[in-house]
Design a protein around this ligand. Structure first.
Ligand SMILES: NC(=O)c1ccc[n+]([C@@H]2O[C@H](COP(=O)([O-])OP(=O)(O)OC[C@H]3O[C@@H](n4cnc5c(N)ncnc54)[C@H](O)[C@@H]3O)[C@@H](O)[C@H]2O)c1
Length: 546
């Protein structure tokens, strides 16, 4: 990539490569403006491309260059650039000096198949069909190769192509993040003290942190799943290579059902065949599933190797990467086998969330709202005032909210590493949340979605026993209604409340079949170890179901 810190992205490629659709998606994901150069030319010239072409190609190319150069007046913009524009050396120089450039590529046969029914709008097809597409591709290929990066689009949807572009830009630090400042939160426990780095664009600095600041050996293993592999792992390996680090990537299948001892065993085998040594780091690049498994591997392989978390989901960034809980599922039991094992550092780059599917992104707010409700009133108010902004993964507010939640969890974990007392507070919403996941057989609700519903029910229990004022519960529920964008009311209404309570009573944190509830007594404050009569808990569930 030519240079870092860009505020403009130019997407080009042959006809049918998807530069218009992909450019638009990319802009939407970044919350940036999008400009299609052809449409801009039509707007300026107040006529169609076809009629501009009637005045001759030279006239069109001049208009195209003028429109291209005018993009220098904008920042935070994605520009879809016609494939012919990059033939001009001046245009290529302009792009190289003003932003980062992407060429979308595909086999000419694939390109032809994509556009063959559009001959009405594509003169190229009228003047030669497949042969013309192949010829034009051959003529322009060398120019596309001069762009900063090329992305193959043959087998990928526009959404996947946009994510692949983002993955490359983020891993190479190609986006302008000058407005973002580094925040370091420390966890201090008896078994280890470690920094959590939070900053947009910090992924680019991860090699420096791991090998220079932490002085870990220049040999490591990067554990990821197929999604984080496709998006980030290879670029990260290249970055580590630039720091003379010999990196092996271990890819495991994604998903909760693969968080097993069998997968860990497979990782052990990879570590053994590589002769991975005790002083060398294991780096977890993924969501909570990868973090928990890589953490457990690091805790147990040769009795412990250094662990670095690079969490890639919102849940992993604000919750699972902090506090040292590692483990795997065993049979039907979640997180049954595991250990407490603190990482050497956590590197949180909110930019990684740009590629996260919306539903998975949104459920991450379950943990954020929980932390705000039980212990951080200012965070709660920030969310109340800025929830609309939180939907934008590129917002400064999101970075602040992640940092505040991390700081809150880090303080709790530092005070009570092994969950003897205050750490139990983090269970708010989780007793009913876990029960909901269990009665719906872990298939209908994502964890954070279950926690949202759990907070509504548990908050209502707090109101029913006179612990929490109804207005405070109303504020919590209002915030949840704003922030949770997937509604499961019908699903929750159809659950048998007795079965739900029974499932809560078998929660591993219950004692003698009695639930020890964690309940808020005000926004930003909680009480632990509360027992309530079954009929009160049942009534509270039924009230929320109505
Ligand atoms: N250790 C703890 O303290 C703790 C706390 C909470 C949850 N957990 C565990 O965390 C797990 C859930 O974690 P999760 O919600 O992160 O799920 P996950 O790890 O399964 O990730 C969800 C999906 O998102 C994909 N993904 C991850 N990052 C991506 C990115 N940046 N772009 C695109 N796709 C991406 C993953 O491949 C996966 O398909 C559970 O196993 C749970 O038990 C652990």
């Amino acid at each position: 990539m030519a240079h870092n810190g860009n505020t403009r992205i130019y997407v080009t490629g042959p006809s049918g490569s998807g530069k218009t659709t992909v450019g638009n998606i990319l802009a939407e994901k970044l919350g940036w403006k999008w400009l299609d150069l052809d449409q801009e030319i039509e707007r300026v010239e107040q006529t169609s491309i076809a009629s501009i072409f009637e005045r001759g190609e030279t006239y069109f190319r001049l208009a195209e260059s003028r429109a291209l150069y005018a993009t220098a007046n904008h920042s935070n913009i994605v520009v879809s650039v016609g494939g012919g524009a990059v033939i001009s050396e001046e245009n290529r120089d302009f792009i190289a000096n003003n932003g980062v450039s992407i060429a979308l590529m595909a086999d000419p046969l694939v390109l032809y198949a994509r556009i063959k029914d559009q001959s009405e709008h594509r003169p190229l097809l009228r003047n030669g069909g497949l042969a013309a597409v192949q010829q034009q591709f051959a003529n322009r290929k060398a120019y596309y190769q001069q762009m900063d990066t090329m992305i193959e689009t043959d087998h990928n949807s526009p959404q996947m192509v946009a994510d692949a572009i983002l993955g490359k830009l983020i891993a190479r630090g190609a986006l302008d993040r000058s407005e973002s400042s580094l925040r370091i939160v420390r966890v201090q426990t008896a078994s280890g003290s470690y920094p959590i780095y939070i900053q947009r664009g910090i992924l680019r600095r991860s090699a420096e942190i791991i090998f220079s600041e932490l002085q870990l050996p220049h040999r490591c293993v990067l554990i990821c799943d197929e999604h984080t592999h496709a998006l980030y792992a290879e670029s990260l390996k290249t970055l580590f290579q630039e720091h003379n680090c010999d990196t092996q990537i271990v890819v495991t299948p994604s998903g909760e059902s693969n968080k097993t001892l069998q997968t860990v065993e497979k990782i052990y085998q990879d570590l053994l065949s590589r002769k991975h040594e005790r002083s060398e780091a294991i780096i977890a690049l993924g969501g909570g599933v990868i973090g928990d498994m890589a953490g457990f591997t690091a805790a147990t392989y040769v009795r412990g190797t250094p662990l670095i978390h690079i969490p890639t989901t919102l849940l992993a960034q604000v919750d699972s990467s902090i506090g040292g809980k590692t483990g795997v599922n065993f049979g039907a039991f979640k997180n049954m086998i595991g250990s407490f094992y603190q990482p050497r550092a956590v590197i949180i780059d909110p930019d990684l969330l740009l590629t996260l599917p919306e539903r998975i992104y949104n459920e991450g707010f379950g943990e954020i709202v929980k932390c705000a409700m039980i212990g951080d009133k200012p965070l709660f108010e920030t969310l109340e005032n800025g929830h609309e902004n939180c939907a934008n993964k590129n917002s400064r507010l999101l970075e602040q909210v992640i940092g505040d939640t991390v700081a809150f969890k880090a303080a709790i974990v530092s005070a009570d590493e092994r969950e003897a007392d205050v750490r139990m507070a983090l269970n708010y919403g989780h007793t009913i949340g876990h029960a909901l996941e269990s009665v719906t057989e872990f298939s209908a609700l994502l964890h954070g979605e279950a926690v949202f519903a759990g907070m509504e029910i548990e908050g209502n229990i707090a109101v029913q026993i006179g612990l929490l004022a109804p207005e405070q519960l109303a504020r919590q529920n209002q915030l949840i209604a704003h922030i949770r964008r997937f509604e499961h009311k019908a699903l929750i209404q159809n659950i048998d409340p007795v079965k739900l309570l029974e499932a809560a009573q078998t929660d591993k944190k219950s004692k003698d079949g009695k639930v020890r509830w964690v309940l808020p007594n005000a926004i930003g404050s909680y009480t632990i170890n509360i027992t309530v009569p079954d009929d009160v808990a049942l009534r509270s569930i039924q009230m929320v179901q109505k």
